[in-house]
Design a protein. Structure first.
Length: 265
């Protein structure tokens, strides 16, 4: 049997894909990039070849993730520009210091660092509460924070407001997959969407009341209920693929009872 030919996407195909994903017309992109719409059209059809500077400019205007900018450069015949270092690499010392300080400074409340696919990169001691009673197979590397949040044998089995939290997280995950083009997120979305929770009505819609501000995580913890909300932070103006994909999720008590429970030794 002959080898199956693998189609490699051209620069023009990738550019068109990102332009359409961002819902930007050729004319609008041309105006932002200070070129003619005809030139954008020629780039997409392969009738014109971009310079490296043009690839970088178009990628910037389309807010293409750094990982995918490298892919655009390679497709156009250039070497990747953005490095991808391991978090533990010596050059990443300043990044690790920042992460360690944020994680430690957020004690006694949980905080985690995740990558673009929501895999756990680092965590503080308080985040251990999310691992309690979780089967070993869910804690094998890479540990996925989204999977831990919704799996029936992990946090998904302890969330008292599972329906609304699940709907929010799945929506967030789907949108991230669409805007980033990351296939891993699409696959994770399909997996998490398939989870079954016996006896739980997932179609319950939460109608915000006048006092509502945030959707809390209402977690059963023994005879207590911990109510928490989260914030997510990223590094500004990153030039490394790994750094650009890191996110720091911090958990905060949504009421005084929860705050007191975490402060208790």
């Amino acid at each position: 049997m002959g080898a199956v030919a693998v189609h490699e996407e051209t620069f023009g195909e990738l550019l068109r894909s990102w332009r359409q994903r961002r819902r930007v017309s050729q004319l609008d992109l041309a105006i932002e990039a200070d070129v003619s719409a005809r030139h954008v059209s020629f780039l997409e059809t392969g009738r014109a070849r971009p310079s490296r500077e043009m690839v970088m400019k178009l990628a910037e205007e389309l807010e293409v993730p750094l990982r995918e900018r490298n892919r655009l450069l390679v497709a156009a015949g250039f070497a990747p520009v953005y490095p991808e270092r391991e978090v533990r690499a010596p050059e990443m010392g300043v990044v690790r210091q920042a992460l360690d300080r944020i994680l430690a400074g957020h004690e006694p409340y949980p905080a985690v660092v995740v990558d673009a696919a929501w895999n756990l990169v680092a965590a503080n001691g308080a985040a251990g509460m999310f691992m309690e009673g979780v089967p070993g197979e869910l804690l094998r590397e890479p540990v996925n924070v989204m999977r831990l949040s919704l799996h029936p044998q992990a946090m998904g089995g302890r969330l008292l407001n599972l329906a609304e939290v699940r709907a929010h997280l799945l929506h967030q995950l789907r949108r991230q997959g669409e805007t980033s083009g990351d296939r891993r997120l699409a696959e994770l979305y399909e997996e998490l969407s398939s989870y079954v929770y016996p006896g739980v009505d997932l179609n319950v819609a939460h109608v915000p009341g006048p006092a509502d501000i945030l959707i809390p995580l209402r977690i059963a913890a023994g005879d207590r209920v911990l109510s928490m909300f989260t914030t997510i932070a990223t590094f500004g103006t990153p030039l490394d693929v790994t750094v650009s994909e890191l996110a720091i999720e911090t958990f905060w008590p949504a009421d005084e009872e929860t705050a007191a429970a975490f402060r208790r030794p």
